[in-house]
Write a protein that binds this ligand. Sequence first.
Ligand SMILES: Nc1ncnc2c1ncn2[C@@H]1O[C@H](COP(=O)(O)OP(=O)(O)OP(=O)(O)O)[C@@H](O)[C@H]1O
Length: 687
Amino acid sequence: MNEKIIHVLSIDKKVNNFLVKTLKDIIGDKLHVVGFCFEEGVKGPKSAPLVLISGKFLYERARKVYPYSKIISAKRTINGSNLEKLFILPKGKKVLVINHPKETTIETICSLEEMGINHLEYIPYWRGSGIDIRDIDTAISPGMIHLCPEEIKNKIDIGSRPIAFSTFAEIMIYFGLNIEFIDKFAYEYGRRLVNAGQKISEAYQRAEGLRKNLQSIFAEIDDAIVSVDEHNRISEFNPVAEKLLGFSKKEIIGNKVDSVFKDIEGFSSLIADKEKKDKLLNLNEKRILCSYIPLSKESGESYIITFKEVSKIQKLEENIRRVLYKKGFVAKYTFDDIAGNSEAIKNTISKAQKIAKSNSTVLIIGESGTGKELFAQAIHNESSRKPRPFVAVNFAALPENLVESELFGYEEGAFTGAKKGGKEGLFEQAHGGTIFLDEIGDASLSIQARLLRVLQEKEVMRLGATKILPVDVRVIAATNKDLKQLVEKGLFREDLYYRLRVLPLTLPPLRERKEDIPVLAEIFMKKYGISKRLSKEAQYCMDKYNWPGNVRELENVMEYVANISEGDIIQVEDLPLDVNNISIKDRGSNGDRDIKLLIEKLDCLFNLKDVEFILEVLKGYKDKNIRIGRRKLADLARLKGMELTEEKIRTLLKNLQQYGLVLRGRTRQGTVLTKKGETILGYIRGE
Ligand SMILES: Nc1ncnc2c1ncn2[C@@H]1O[C@H](COP(=O)(O)OP(=O)(O)OP(=O)(O)O)[C@@H](O)[C@H]1O
């Protein structure tokens, strides 16, 4: 009988840990599993009854280490995570596949192709491969994404490759594990792999749903829309665009966008810098409002352009369209996009995940910028309604006279100016999906009455219509106002309030979960293309700030920082005024609380004893009306046995000056205490 020991040998430590863990998890009670990797300098000769190597390519090297053992190579498969991100990538897109070494990389590509994910052009990449990556922006890797070159923007980790069932069976047969166990194992492990298969099929369906959704939105939308792929070729063109721009879809699909629209003056500059923007352009004596809208990172550099003929649109209606359609009818965020490690956010996410399973109406309550829309989208995407539309309506942005027709639609001739053929309302367009009613507290009483009817009867009637249309829409409302108070003031219907808050979800403000600030700051830094560290003082300011605008404000601050800060470290001066105003300068005289804040701040930067010493000396000299220089301060410190170099004193004085505690003369004029400094000195001593 063989001793029940198996050695696992690979090059990479990470891969080794993963393989060892998989074996231990599944057959750890039957076998003793030990891992070795070349990265850590494994040397032979060694012996073990059976050696599992991470890939065939390792055989020769393994044989040198284990001259007499049986060696088998692990067959590996794909685990299925993040695969929807691959399905969303456009057909034929060049994608780096990262692994190590070359043979494993090729194997990974074969596994992807075997699983039917073959719409992409895979370029193998391994450490030292020297492949030219100039026109590639996306990379995928099964757990080795850390090997990805820095300059690749879109990195997709599809998770480490699990061991295939056949390899497990080979190991178990070798050790003579009983057949009953193999059966049980086959069932369990098989189920895991089936799950991976299911994940793939679901991912595919989701991506397909997204594509179809986009196509149907294109066909339905009243504005001219053109979608352009990352090679600047036109990939979709809706009927309104055909009419407005005078091209037929068949003629121009696949053509370069700048050559098709070369007659539109100023068009090329609109698409040149790949930023979301609008521009008024001239085409055949028409004034056209062109909007450039970049799509998500996953779709590479692709984008959408909308065209609106200005003379034909009433200005008001145009603004509304922009608000309404700015995000399309697709929810892009999932729970994975909600960042934060605080208990508060984790509990909220877990509650929201439960809410997603139900079909009842949700009321999200939270201050501005806390992520109400983000949560609404994540709930939709986690629900069974995911493949259907997510329609967002913002009551604060919609003018009262248009809310009704936008929400419920109208029949032809319902009012002067009503479009021929009538118009579908947003409730109808959200059919099967979710409607997000943002800032519901701003809805007028008459709209509230109509909303109540939709919630109760699950049907809508267009303006001017006689027939009723059944709609199946889940409502997620959101508010940053105290609706209960509005009810008390008679501004919000009580019956609607209770209809809405079947499942209430309260989002915590950022000031109550400050431990989330670093992780969110990091996410936004990445978003704005910087990777820097916050100085201790800047971190302090961010932490003490109250964040009235919550996460949105934090995002704005990081965008500001990305534009302002120059070195590798974000200094307090790089923060916008509101945030670095925690600075003592303007607050020193505001009583004990602020002085305490100053002391805390100085304490986090310097040794408080040093601060006290400097202020004390300066006070003595001020009484004699003398300014004192750095060298003198350093000499005095030395006499007192303190370790205060001139350089340290210089930084300290600079900070004390910044907070208005001392006045420093230029060059050799020395330093003197201010009135504010005296107050603080007294306080520090009293502490
Ligand atoms: N936990 C989070 N993780 C990552 N990003 C977040 C988080 N919370 C909010 N954000 C981001 O902050 C911004 C504001 O979020 P969102 O628009 O959902 O807030 P809101 O509460 O709906 O705001 P308003 O009340 O002003 O409409 C968005 O860019 C969103 O992606």
